[in-house]
Design a protein around this ligand. Structure first.
Ligand SMILES: Cc1cc2nc3c(=O)[nH]c(=O)nc-3n(C[C@H](O)[C@H](O)[C@H](O)COP(=O)(O)OP(=O)(O)OC[C@H]3O[C@@H](n4cnc5c(N)ncnc54)[C@H](O)[C@@H]3O)c2cc1C
Length: 454
């Protein structure tokens, strides 16, 4: 251990190498439940690409595992420490290096916080669309690590769509440049896309070239109350089938609505079975909202309330953004992340209700409904072993249901530790073996974030 620390200190400032066990323990895990974390040997905060390369060279020389970390807001245990590892925190590499309005790109370091990039791009009349609900704290490196989504994906897609090129330090310290700054480019295999969502298991992102879009008009939202989640999901499908492209289409069930009210007294309709939030950032959002509102009414909405202006719309979106935090107040929570084809959303949500009944648990659901991406939140008492065991089983039942409905075990949070056992079921033996070979090609010694994903 002291060999490792001595070697690390040869290429890092004194303050960037932390061995105090109280501090390193505080960095052991992300925000996922039910995921183990090991005891790290050391925590490092490099400031430059060269320092990251030095860390990886030390790791390779001494065969020490490395766990890259952003803000640790992840929900799959992907940033959790393994025993004896170097925790490699990228949060101090947080500079926005370039915003280029002509080519509509940003070049950033990995520790830049998502919302800070959005604000910086906004000053140039541009926007960086991927907007996880954790956007005020999560980092671009973590977003790339998990290919994260957000509220606007139904119109603008996920992080994968916006990463044009990457600078990546490989396990042996070599620097790999992938991708391009151009609007188009098809030279060679698309390693950029492969690295996006690789959860720190293939390389350490030290720079990213990201696509920006012109800032759209401010979005206007409505809230529609439904007597059942089935009716709300039918409205979601009908809006899409009618050819509309909302900038957001989110569903909150009664558990999540009540939790948000309890946390933030937002005056949401407590008695509703499902609240659908729909927004448009089109040239005529009022007309589009009116049309979507009529579709909601035709599918049984008991009340449709359009926001008067963008400030009121923001308040509604704020309610949705707070929902995971609000449900955390109900007990210990496990957040699932199963995505199904949009047309199977109603079956998914009613299936989750059946699972809650079967296991005698509270399971609230929020969903990026326009993407068919559900977040069932299992609430339980961690001090009660029986309830904890039922929570774990219900979590697995939710993933099985998603796969049965033609979906995926993770729409945006990633596999990490939490869903590792389930990956084989989704990929099948051929897919799994090929993924193992890809991992071995990038990281032959298996030092990068071992035990995660595969
Ligand atoms: C309240 C709340 C709301 C959330 N809402 C959403 C949401 O709407 N959509 C969504 O997709 N997620 C959401 N998340 C999950 C989480 O915020 C995202 O997964 C986010 O992208 C993680 O970023 P981070 O900086 O915290 O990364 P971390 O959690 O630190 O790391 C995530 C993964 O990326 C890897 N990684 C980090 N930095 C690098 C790097 N530089 N190079 C290589 N690998 C790296 C890590 O090893 C790990 O595998 C939410 C979480 C919370 C707590």
């Amino acid at each position: 251990m002291s060999d490792l620390v001595d070697l690390l200190r040869e290429g890092l400032p004194e303050a960037a190498v932390v061995v105090d066990p109280d501090v390193t323990a505080a960095y052991r895990q992300d925000m996922a439940g039910f995921c183990e974390s090991g005891a790290p040997a050391v925590l490092v905060f490099p400031d430059t690409v060269e320092q990251v390369r030095h860390v990886l060279r030390c790791a390779t020389a001494l065969r020490v595992p490395v766990v890259p970390q952003g803000a640790r807001t992840g929900l799959s245990g992907a940033a959790n420490a393994v025993d004896g590892c170097i925790l490699l925190s990228l949060v101090r590499m947080n500079r926005i290096l370039e915003i280029d309005p002509v080519n509509r790109i940003a070049v950033v370091e990995p520790g830049v916080v998502n919302a800070e990039l959005s604000r910086a791009a906004g000053a140039h009349g541009l926007t960086y669309p991927p907007d996880p609900s954790s956007w005020e704290s999560c980092t671009i490196g973590g977003n790339i690590g998990t290919a994260s989504g957000g509220l606007c994906c139904v119109k603008y897609g996920t992080t994968s769509e916006y990463v044009l090129g990457l600078d990546v330090v490989l396990a042996d310290g070599e620097l790999l440049r992938t991708g391009r700054r151009t609007a188009k480019g098809v030279a060679g295999y698309d390693l950029t896309r492969l690295l996006v969502g690789s959860e720190g298991t293939l390389g350490v992102v030290v720079g990213a070239t990201l696509a920006l879009r012109p800032t759209p008009p401010p979005q206007l939202a409505l809230a529609a109350e439904f007597p059942s989640t089935e009716a709300a999901c039918a409205a979601v499908c009908a809006v899409m089938e009618a050819g509309y492209t909302p900038s957001l289409m989110e569903l909150m069930d009664t558990v999540s609505v009540r939790a948000v009210n309890a946390l933030a007294q937002m005056g949401l309709p407590d008695s509703t079975a499902a609240l659908l939030l729909i927004a448009f950032d089109t040239l005529d959002p009022v007309a589009d909202l009116a049309a979507a509102g009529e579709i909601c009414t035709a599918h049984g909405a008991t009340e449709v309330v359009p926001a008067a202006d963008s400030a009121e719309s923001e308040l509604l979106l704020q309610a949705r953004r707070l929902s995971l935090t609000a449900m955390d107040r109900l007990g210990t929570t496990m957040v699932d992340d199963v995505a199904v084809p949009r047309s199977a959303l109603a079956a998914m949500i009613s299936g989750v209700a059946g699972i809650a009944e079967r296991f005698d648990l509270t399971i609230g659901v929020v969903a990026h409904a326009g993407d068919g991406n559900t977040h069932p939140v299992v609430v339980f008492d961690a001090d009660d072993p029986d309830e904890t065991a039922r929570a774990r089983e219900s979590f697995d039942a939710i993933m099985a249901l998603g796969l049965d409905l033609g979906g995926t075990i993770t729409g945006e949070h990633g596999v990490g530790l939490l869903k590792r056992d389930w990956l084989a079921r989704e990929l099948g033996p051929v897919g799994l073996e090929l993924q193992r070979r890809v991992k071995a090609a990038f990281d032959p010694l298996g030092l990068l974030n071992p035990g995660k994903v595969l």
